[in-house]
Ligand binder design. Sequence first.
Ligand code: SF4
Length: 331
Amino acid sequence: MANPVDIEEPREIVIRSKKYPEERLANLLDGALRFIFPIFNPASARFLIRLPIFEMRRILQKHPYLAVVHITNRCNGNCLHCVYKVGLRETRREPTIDEWEAFFLELYRQGVRAVNLWGGEPTLRMDVLRLAARIFPLLLTITNGTNRIGEWFKGRIFLSIDGPPEVNDYLRGKGAFERAIRHYQGDKRVIINSVVTHETLPFIDEIPDIAKELGVLGVVYNVECFRKGDNSRFLTPEEYEKIEEKLLKLSELPNVYMSKPLIRKMMHPENRNNRKCYYGSSVLHYQSDFTPRHCYSDYVQCGQCRVIPAGAGNPILAGIRSTKVIRMYLP
Ligand code: SF4
């Protein structure tokens, strides 16, 4: 297993290549976009401008432009509440970087422009993260903070911190809090992704202050909502009610990147038409050996799903409802 702290950055001088269409586009547009959309990085601005076209193509030609790709099944953590731990830590073949390049270019050719790079722990394949950063304009990833992702990654980094140090380290392992802080202090690409569980519920009000002290952009909350084979971790209806109440209050803080409609949709799967869930029906999902899968986990049940994407839904409608949701997705 790779050392959790000292993953070596691929040291490569990035020369914009003719091979990757987004890099060609970037050469032409970046300066102008920095001027017109100063709060977004140019790649996000390029994506935002073209978003209505991507949506039209999705509706008319059924071409998804978002993909969630698990780039490795390996992880260097052993979190108590990990939804992937049960069943998904099976060993999968790890494709080579050349195979990843062919796969990403094919996704691009089919119209994908935004990729959500998940794991396992995605930073264990820093080479794949770097490759994706050269091909797609919009990137999101989620990390446990054990390795620093270099400045070449212009996307959104969701950093897992679930509570103050003692609570976080109880769930995520000794030293996890300190390592996350050491690697991402002051990094504005970062939004803390905080999972609400039995253990963290009493402390969720403290996370926005932790984000401020850490100097990162802000916070989003996800709710532990399913787990194969271990019912002890399911939250009770009373706890869900308490969470909803607290999240609605917290969403009024400027550094909590969640809107009230998003929270209500997240917390009430019974009121959603889950068969039409944007994330399930209009987003491509791939395992780390390129096999497709239904949604973010094989063990997920839509009727119990209380994750942000199920609440955010269509990105255009979500953006119209709340600029905070745009900011959450676009660095
Ligand atoms: S699991 Fe959640 S996000 Fe996925 S399709 Fe079902 S409701 Fe949507």
